[in-house]
Design a protein around this ligand. Structure first.
Ligand code: F6R
Length: 253
């Protein structure tokens, strides 16, 4: 894993956008895996104004709440239209988000896996990191070979996401999420982590045990991961760890 410590959130977002736009320029029909939440907002803002066409790109979102309609203002479907798809030349037919209202969630997850495979697999997966170390909605304890499936959200995730819903009672308790095994099949992974509030969990992801108790730690087993983090999130990283690695610091990735 390469660790890139960016000056701040804006620099982290710009670095992520540069990597993705460079890829799309080289491979206009690239397949991207996309996250929602607060962390990627700056990345989407950069992408909205980047001088690159997304017309041939295919996207797969990481996850969707179960039980929210597309129209719900907290659905990830709505999030993606609002933050990216409504503002760029992407072909909506090439965008994919799990259907949280599917009457048969198992069939929906199998369909999603088959669609990723039919698209030729994911070229780059962008990920945020939960306060409990989750990636996608793969909560602590998830086996590393898990595929796309219906999951229960951990109490910590419900608490963290209550900021979007006004109260924790309104946060859905279930979601459909790409599995860890599915994510690990991406050719490249970009992990975005910002803010002091993520410093301790980032330290565990990078320096702690490889354990299903910290789902993000699995990323250290993937051959092509760049962790793009801001200085605030990196504040607990022990200098010897990253000084000893073949990494770039700042924007020279
Ligand atoms: C979102 C997702 C989650 C978030 C994580 C961090 O699609 O899969 O894993 O990336 O919960 O969320 P924020 O960025 O809001 O702190």
């Amino acid at each position: 894993m390469r660790l890139v410590i960016c000056e701040d959130y804006a620099a982290m977002s710009a670095a992520a956008a540069q990597i993705v736009t460079d890829l799309v320029r080289q491979k206009p029909n690239a397949v991207l895996c996309l996250p929602t939440g607060s962390t990627p907002l700056g990345f989407y803002k950069e992408l909205r104004t980047a001088s690159v066409s997304l017309a041939e790109v295919t996207t797969f979102n990481l996850d969707e709440y179960r039980g929210l309609t597309r129209e719900h203002d907290q659905s990830y479907y709505h999030f993606m239209q609002e933050n990216l798809f409504d503002h760029v030349d992407i072909d909506l037919a090439k965008t994919n988000i799990p259907n949280g209202m599917a009457p048969d969630p198992e069939a929906e997850c199998a369909r999603y896996e088959a669609a990723i495979e039919a698209a030729g697999g994911i070229d780059v997966a962008l990920l945020g990191l939960g306060h409990n170390g989750h990636i996608g909605f793969n909560e602590p304890g998830t086996p590393w070979d898990a595929r796309t499936r219906r999951v229960q959200l951990a109490p910590k995730t419900i608490e963290a996401n209550s900021r979007f819903f006004g109260s924790s009672e309104k946060v859905p308790t279930e979601a459909l999420t790409m599995g860890i095994g599915t994510i690990l099949e991406a050719k490249q992974i970009l992990l975005l982590v910002s803010g002091e509030g993520k410093a301790e969990i980032l330290k565990q992801v990078l320096e702690g045990q490889l354990t299903t108790a910290v789902p993000g730690s699995v990323l250290r087993t993937h051959p092509n991961v760049i962790a793009l983090v801001d200085k605030a999130a990196a504040k607990s990283i022990a200098e010897p760890w990253w000084a000893a690695q073949p990494i770039a610091v700042g924007t020279s990735y």
